[in-house]
Design a protein around this ligand. Structure first.
Ligand code: FAD
Length: 770
């Protein structure tokens, strides 16, 4: 029981370190923001981010103190008797800080405002220092239990407590800067950059301090040092790795995932500390067991803690969610703007480019209208998992209205865009009922994506459907399952094999991923479902005109991919050109002449062609299109003679960038940033610069190839990287959670919920076997 309560104590301390830490860190940046004028934007941002939540963070300190004095009264007595000075100074800091924060807002006189501002900022540094020093004193064995223990006012003043105090200040500053980057980037580029560099600087300083600190602790607190480099070592290393990753990502301008990594860095260091001093509460004079109060008290404490969790945690979670969505500060971002005079932005396409642009305009004084002919945003990279029954359609296609429900300056419009009048600044569209409509704009962002290309042989489309839309994926799932049913019914072994053969045209990432999953579906998920056929006989052919799969990934990864596919039983036919597909077979021209293979299911994953809207824009602006119909934009993603029109994503060709989601997202952010700066009357940094974050593809169960800034990884490590990246970019917490659940179910087990629980494919009657 004492260990359970100790875990609760650790949990509350950790929550205080994370939430309270970020809060104190904000005060540190307030203190160092610079003079009144220069520091004003940073201080306004800090106020905006902190105001709704700062008081709530102290809940965790109250939790921790109550747990400590109720469950471990002896330890509480010893701590308070020995550390009364730093604890009293920390308590005074908390009070001063609160008063300073509140009164600096409400005081009119400049001297008063400055005084309260200084009190807030200084106490934001002093408080975590004294709290950290108190922890350092406990961990280094300076607090002794027992009536005869010598209490000294200055027992806490030593190398380890001072080190931990300084570390508490620097890690609070680091956490806070990482958190503030997310708020800063919605407001302004300069602030975004400033907080990114503050995060990098404080992260490096914290890392350096931690390394130097280990030497200090070795001499000053050998027991703690031993624990940290033995049982606590994995946590210490994890903390270092996460902190390092945050620094690297932020220097590359990537902010996604950094908040979570920074939190993990802080949590792991506290876990390392807890493990290092276990089983002592006060090393090395009082163990948890000896410090614990009556078992009944502990039992009641656990019960009360659970009740408090049920009541307080959801409330805190709601507070943070509302804060993140700017629901707690009415009109803060658009203060002083008359709605009718606001800049109008029309965004065409709710794919990666359009959605990222819309969201990036969230806090700007503009009105955004997002037009799409589909009601959902589609996460195309996981389409093949819908086709092979791993995920349901909702998990990769959340509704656009739902995604943008909290973004008050954005409206979603379900309509198909049919044309543009760039001179009159109007978009022409057709509503679902067929009626025409016109959408006026001040700035226009077009990100209408691309469709399949059959390289001039559109007749192939009839029997070799592509995979671009949700309907394509669902149709493919139905076709795959129907083919197996037909094979089960068929008497003729030759025809049966035709139904059991799947040919995939194109060995890029999409083709490779489908090929691997179709084999896995047959081998693992359907292994015992049929009586007459053996799904293991499902033959998967991967055809491509190039000489290796995933040729864009480089030789080494292509080799790994070819080997993995071979192990899974996928037949590679490289250097071949498909000439005919007739519903029963596929014919291709290869080095050994023409060949025809009976295959009832053929999937086209070979080429793409830009949306027809690219040509319409080109005609209207005088821009040119390449062979794939992609419009060539200016280096800042705008059209010639129309700086107010941005074309981004798969429908454009700029610097020969690949048609991948990352390009579309970064271009969307660039367009939004340019519009924001123009609206603010600032000069715009015109040229779009792409940061290549690498490419990746799964090749089967727990196998993926990843090419990342020269680093090439295959196998399980590649798969974990792939999974992490895809979960990060998937929209919505519920979708991420459901996807993780389905992956665990599919990859650890054998079943695929979309096949086990869905009989939808039987609704369409398959054509009779010949
Ligand atoms: C099967 C598959 C797998 C992929 N895998 C990966 C991968 O692993 N990694 C990766 O980085 N990239 C991958 N991609 C590519 C990636 O999905 C695209 O690069 C990305 O979606 C491009 O974003 P976009 O905004 O340009 O277009 P899209 O995301 O395609 O969005 C275009 C939007 O415009 C809408 N639209 C089109 N025409 C109109 C119109 N006339 N009126 C109104 N709305 C319209 C569409 O409905 C759609 O919502 C994959 C693509 C596919 C098809």
């Amino acid at each position: 029981m004492s260990t359970v309560v100790a875990l609760i104590l650790w949990f509350t301390v950790t929550c205080y370190a994370v939430f309270g830490g970020a809060d104190y860190g904000a005060g540190f940046w307030d203190l160092t923001a610079g003079g009144r004028r220069r520091g004003a934007p940073a201080r306004a941002l800090i106020d905006h981010a902190m105001a709704p939540v700062w008081e709530a963070n102290n809940v965790w300190l109250i939790f921790a103190l109550v747990v400590l004095w109720t469950a471990f009264p002896r330890a509480f007595g010893a701590i308070m008797s020995t550390l009364y000075l730093p604890m009293a100074l920390a308590a005074a800091g908390i009070v001063l800080r609160g008063c300073g924060f509140v009164f600096r807002e409400s005081t009119r006189a400049l001297t008063g405002r400055r005084l309260f501002g200084a009190a807030f900022a200084l106490s934001s540094v002093v408080t975590p220092f004294f709290l950290g020093a108190s922890f350092g004193a406990i961990a280094s064995g300076r607090v002794l239990a027992g009536d005869s223990a010598p209490y000294s006012t200055w027992a806490w003043w030593g190398p380890t407590p001072i080190l931990v105090g300084v570390l508490a200040v620097s890690s609070a500053a680091f956490l806070s800067a990482v958190f503030l980057v997310f708020d800063a980037r919605r407001v302004d580029d300069t602030l975004d950059r400033a907080f990114r560099w503050r995060a990098v600087g404080s992260g490096l300083a914290t890392g350096l301090l931690a390394i130097v600190g280990l030497f200090v602790i070795r001499g000053d607190a050998p027991f703690l040092f031993h624990g940290l480099v033995h049982d606590g070592l994995p946590f210490v290393l994890l903390s270092g790795a996460c902190g390092g990753a945050v620094v690297v990502l932020l220097t590359q301008g990537i902010v996604r995932g950094t908040r979570a990594l920074a939190v993990v860095a802080v949590v792991s260091v506290l876990a390392g500390w807890g493990v290092a001093q276990y089983p002592y509460l006060l090393p090395t004079s009082l163990t948890l067991e000896a410090a614990a109060g009556a078992t009944r008290s502990l039992g009641w404490l656990v019960a009360v803690f659970l009740i408090a969790c049920v009541t307080a945690v959801p409330a805190l979670a709601l507070l943070f969610v509302l804060d993140q969505r700017s629901r707690l500060q009415r009109g803060a971002a658009v203060e002083g703007e008359k709605p009718e005079s606001r800049h109008r932005v029309v965004v065409v396409g709710g794919g990666f480019g359009g959605l990222f642009a819309t969201r990036a305009l969230g806090w700007s004084p503009v009105d955004v209208t997002l037009v799409d002919r589909e009601p959902h945003h589609l996460f195309q990279p996981l389409l093949y998992q819908v086709a092979t029954g791993i995920l349901s359609e909702g998990e990769i296609a959340p509704s656009l209205r739902h995604i943008l429900r909290f973004q008050e300056n954005a409206a979603v419009l379900l309509a198909e865009v049919t044309g543009f009048d760039l001179e009159r600044r109007e978009v022409q569209a057709r509503r679902p009922d067929g009626a025409a409509m016109v959408l006026p704009y001040d700035s226009l962002i077009v990100s209408a994506g691309a469709g399949m290309s059959y390289f001039g042989h559109d007749e192939l489309a009839e029997h070799a459907p592509g995979m671009k839309t949700l309907d394509d994926a669902l149709r493919l799932r139905r076709r795959l399952l129907q083919a197996l049913e037909m094979a089960e019914l068929s008497e003729d072994p030759h025809k049966q094999q035709g139904w059991l053969t799947v040919a995939i045209v194109g060995a890029g990432a999409t083709g490779v991923e489908i090929a691997g999953q179709v084999r896995a579906l047959a081998l693992r998920a359907l292994g015992t479902s049929f009586r007459r056929i053996d799904p293991a006989h499902v033959r998967v052919l991967l055809l491509d005109a190039g000489h290796e799969p995933l040729s864009a990934f480089g030789d080494r990864l292509s080799e790994i991919a070819a080997r993995e596919l071979g192990t899974m039983g996928v037949e590679l036919r490289m250097g071949v050109k498909v000439t005919a597909v007739d519903g029963e077979s596929v014919t291709f021209e290869g080095p050994g002449g023409p060949e025809r293979i009976e295959a009832r299911t053929v999937i086209w994953a070979a080429g793409v062609e830009a949306s027809p809207l690219a040509r319409l824009l080109a005609e209207a602006s005088g821009a040119v299109c390449d062979r794939a119909g992609r419009i060539e934009t200016r280096p800042d993603c705008t059209l010639p003679k129309h700086p107010e029109v941005f074309a981004i994503g798969d429908m454009t060709s700029l610097d020969r960038l690949p048609g991948v989601a990352e390009v579309a997202m970064q271009e969307g952010l660039h367009a939004a940033r340019t519009i924001r700066q123009r609206v603010a009357g600032k000069p715009t940094n015109t040229r779009f610069r792409y940061r290549d974050l690498g490419s990746m593809a799964t090749v089967g169960r727990f196998r993926a190839v990843v090419s990342l800034k020269g680093l090439r990884v295959g196998g399980l490590l590649g798969w974990l990287t792939w999974a992490l990246v895809h979960l990060t970019f998937l929209t919505g917490f519920a979708n991420r959670f459901a996807t993780m659940f389905h992956w665990a179910r599919t990859f650890l087990g054998r079943s695929r919920s979309q096949i086990a629980f869905s009989a939808r494919f039987t609704k369409t009657r398959p054509s009779a076997p010949r």
